[in-house]
Ligand binder design. Structure first.
Ligand SMILES: [Zn+2]
Length: 406
């Protein structure tokens, strides 16, 4: 399809297919399990998956397979196959869960009530990344109409912010009962730029156990908050070390970073606190050694122990690795990157600092690329929106993909 034809095709689908899909979907407050501990009781994840599945099933596509994969205690994955004559496949991947509400939405806008204003569709998840999913679903019938040689698989999971645990069972099936795709396109918001690398994320939790005492006799206690403060100071020192270390100008910022996200400790002003815990995250360049930061941190923590244990033997510092999202670095000859470059007409790739499932797919031996509508700047903030122009660019991209695979 030439671009003029693709444009006409896109505008025809726009009002009837895309907007109604997105509007229903935005109204479901299916936040990531990280932000909704009771996600199983709330059932929003299932509702969202069912909505998408029902929409897929309503398409007049012969041989279409739609499956909601459920594993106990895990968020569901929606899997869909648009058949083709060959066995080689292309997988389009997205995540269905959303960020929390955030405060500070401008007047008349709110997270769960979609509003179309000045060429932008506002609402939580419009940008990250339901816009992409709506475009994919709207184009599914045209994929089929083109009599594909290469089947297109769709997989929409619930990324859990750190760990990407939702997609792991699906990845385990690639090359087993599902074919290993020749290319995977992850539709995270990139402004349709072709992304071939991202940083790694490691999440940690540190628990300091001290000894309780009355504040009039602090020498009988071990102040867990004071110990935690020293540990946080050490993390800041390591962060400064990372900032001064090797740079990779493809990333913004061009260094590995680390920060403490929360801290909790103590019970009352007149009690030496017994416990203090904090969570922290490292975002490493693909070239960095992810073991280096925790090793340095744990070595520092060990230097604090003798003084703590001189007061009470059962005091200590315990650091747990809570999860990781592997860095993504596409291979130089990646078929997925070459495909996305040719479909967008871009002549260079870019790198991003946020994590996605792309690293997991690439690790599993599947050539992967990240390319999707919208700007990540608008994804994790109030007033989230995706511009209609970006959704149209995505539709054009997908229409050309169908052409290429026909
Ligand atoms: Zn996302």
């Amino acid at each position: 399809m030439d671009s003029a034809r693709a444009d006409r095709f896109v505008s025809g689908l726009w009002d009837d297919e895309i907007v109604p899909q997105l509007v229903d979907y935005i109204r479901i407050p299916n936040k990531s399990p990280l932000f909704d501990a009771e996600w199983q009781q709330h059932g929003y994840m299932d509702r969202a998956a069912e909505l998408m599945a029902a929409w897929c099933r309503s398409q007049p596509i012969k041989g279409l397979k739609v499956e909601i994969v459920r594993a106990k205690g895990r968020t569901p994955v929606l899997f869909c196959e648009i058949p083709g004559s060959g066995t080689d496949t292309v997988l389009l991947y997205g995540h269905m869960d959303k960020q929390p509400e955030f405060t500070g939405w401008i007047d008349g806008l709110s997270p769960w009530e979609p509003v179309l204003r000045d060429g932008k569709l506002y609402g939580r998840g419009t940008c990250d990344m339901k816009g992409f999913i709506a475009c994919v679903l709207a184009l599914a019938p045209s994929f089929k109409a083109r009599r594909l040689k290469v089947p297109i698989h769709l997989a929409f999971s619930y990324d859990e912010e750190v760990g990407c645990t939702g997609v792991r069972p699906l990845i385990a099936r690639l090359g087993e009962d599902l074919p290993r795709p020749r290319a995977i396109i992850v539709g995270e918001p990139t402004m349709m730029a072709v992304i071939d690398a991202h940083k790694r994320i490691d999440a940690y939790k540190t628990l300091v156990t001290g000894r309780e005492a009355h504040s009039s006799k602090p020498h009988l206690g071990v102040n867990a908050i004071s110990v935690a403060a020293q540990l946080v100071g050490e993390l800041d020192r390591i962060a400064a070390e990372l900032a001064a270390a090797g740079q990779d100008q493809r990333f913004q910022p061009p260094v590995s970073t680390l920060q403490v996200g929360n801290i909790r400790g103590g019970t009352a002003p007149n009690i030496v606190p017994k416990s203090c815990r904090f969570q922290w995250q490292v975002r490493s360049l693909p070239s960095a050694d992810p073991a280096a930061v925790p090793k340095e941190f744990v070595a520092f923590a060990a230097t604090l122990l003798p003084r703590m244990r001189a007061v009470a033997a059962d005091t200590g510092v315990e650091t747990t690795h809570e999860g990781s999202v592997p860095a993504f670095q596409a291979k130089p000859d990646s078929a997925a990157v070459a495909l996305a470059l040719s479909l967008t007409g871009a002549n260079a790739t870019q790198a991003v600092s946020y994590g996605t499932e792309a690293g997991l797919f690439e690790q599993a031996g599947c050539p992967t690329v990240i390319c999707g509508p919208g700007d990540i700047e608008q994804a994790h903030a109030a007033d989230e929106f995706v511009s209609l122009g970006q959704l149209e660019a995505c539709m054009t991209f997908l229409a050309k993909l169908a052409e290429r695979l026909a």
